[in-house]
Design a protein around this ligand. Structure first.
Ligand code: NAD
Ligand code: TDX
Length: 335
């Protein structure tokens, strides 16, 4: 099979490429990525020289480039990871989120329609459901929970999901959608909570916790997310949405304290800062559907995953230090 993975120079897309090439070495994987600030070609170094891997620098909103790539490659499946993904940046300036996350998704699906109704998987997020109250632990997001977004990021992802469903209903495009909870693991850009706290703690810099740190996220090790996507894209029912999550809810402050403790640093580094605007209180995923239909269950428990992740950041200091210094942009064309 030939697969186009968009956004494969970012955190989850790159982890997905590694997973896919190791699980399905007979497949050809083509990574299409614009290399925005979040894309990093160094991340893909381990697979760059493989015969069955190719990297193409392009914007998913660039219809001509996308059409040309589909015409040349004729993929069997497209997995769309490409997105602007950071909530805080979407609050500062929503425009590029609307462009990439909504228009880019439509451009990709138009190419899928044009070149043989190619199977299309949209990597979405649990944030499209908005948030849950802190005092009702029994409440979780199911695939039937209403769309109720809080940030420009989540509303752009929800808009894309609606378009994906419309392309299925109107044009019969064979689509699936996955909505996953917060991921963590190797190669996550150090603007997101866990890598930011690890990097700052290692540099003895303040650890900025929004509000009182009581917001809850449902954390999943990235490889478990990758395995779920691979299953859905191959065996998931066409037209369906699958929630992905690990029943691993944690308060931000407890995660930060655990990182501080694992690194042998002082809790005095923790600094409570102004809360995020519209800050979602709690996310919690009910993964019953994917477990029952596809037999998916998370394999990595948080206590192991966070240690693996911290070890990875300790052993790959130059990867994230180059990002913080900006050096990672020097030898790659800016997207
Ligand atoms: P990321 O920000 O680390 O990477 C995004 C990648 O997309 C980068 O390589 C970037 O260069 C590329 N990109 C951005 N705009 C592009 C464009 N216009 N054309 C081509 N490439 C472009 O993001 P991530 O954390 O890896 O998230 C990947 C996907 O998973 C996103 O769709 C996100 O919404 C979704 N998601 C993320 C999480 C999470 O916890 N990180 C959870 C659930 C869902
Ligand atoms: O410096 C920080 N301090 C802090 O308290 C940062 C960066 C975050 N936080 C809080 C905000 C959130 O409650 O930590 C929590 C996690 O924040 P992020 O890492 O920014 O993730 P989140 O906003 O939950 O969104 C993530 O999960 C869903 C991804 O970035 C999205 O792409 C994904 O869809």
């Amino acid at each position: 099979m030939k697969i186009i993975v968009t956004g494969g120079a970012g955190f989850i897309g790159a982890n997905y490429i590694f997973y896919h090439l190791s699980e399905h070495p007979e497949d050809v994987v083509i990574c299409l990525d614009k290399l925005t600030y979040a894309g990093n070609l160094h991340t893909l170094a381990p697979v760059m020289e493989r015969d069955n891997f190719r990297f193409v620098k392009a914007d998913i909103c660039d219809r001509e480039a996308v059409t040309g790539l589909f015409e040349a490659e004729r993929p069997d499946i497209v997995l769309n990871f490409a997105a602007e993904s950071h909530v805080d940046r979407s609050i500062d300036d929503p425009s590029v989120f609307l462009q990439t996350n909504i228009i880019g998704t439509a451009v990709l699906m138009d190419a899928c329609r044009r070149f043989g109704n190619v199977r299309f998987h949209q990597v979405s997020t649990d944030e499209v459901y908005g948030d849950l109250p802190l005092d009702k632990p029994e409440m979780m997001f199911t695939e039937h929970s209403p769309i109720h977004c809080s940030s420009p990021y989540s509303s752009s992802k929800a808009s894309a999901d609606l378009l994906v469903q419309a392309y299925h209903r109107t044009y019969g495009l064979p689509v699936t959608i996955s909505r996953c909870s917060n991921n963590y693991g190797p190669y996550q850009f150090p603007e997101k909570l866990i890598p930011l706290m690890i990097a700052n703690a290692l540099n003895d810099k303040p650890l900025p916790v929004y509000g009182a740190g009581l917001n809850v996220r449902d954390w999943l090790y990235v490889e478990d997310h990758c395995r779920a996507i691979d299953l859905i894209a191959r065996q998931g029912r066409i037209g369906e949405i699958y929630n992905i999550g690990g029943h691993n809810e944690m308060r931000n402050i407890d995660i930060v304290k655990q990182i501080v403790s694992e690194l042998g640093k002082s809790e005095e580094l923790i600094t409570f800062v102004t809360d995020r605007k519209g800050h979602d209180l709690r996310y919690a995923i009910d993964p019953t559907k994917i477990s029952q239909e596809l037999g998916w269950l998370p394999k990595t428990m948080f206590k192991d995953g966070i240690q693996k992740t911290i070890r990875w950041y300790l052993e790959h200091r130059s990867w994230w230090e180059d990002i913080i210094s900006g050096a990672y942009r020097v030898d790659q064309p800016i997207g």
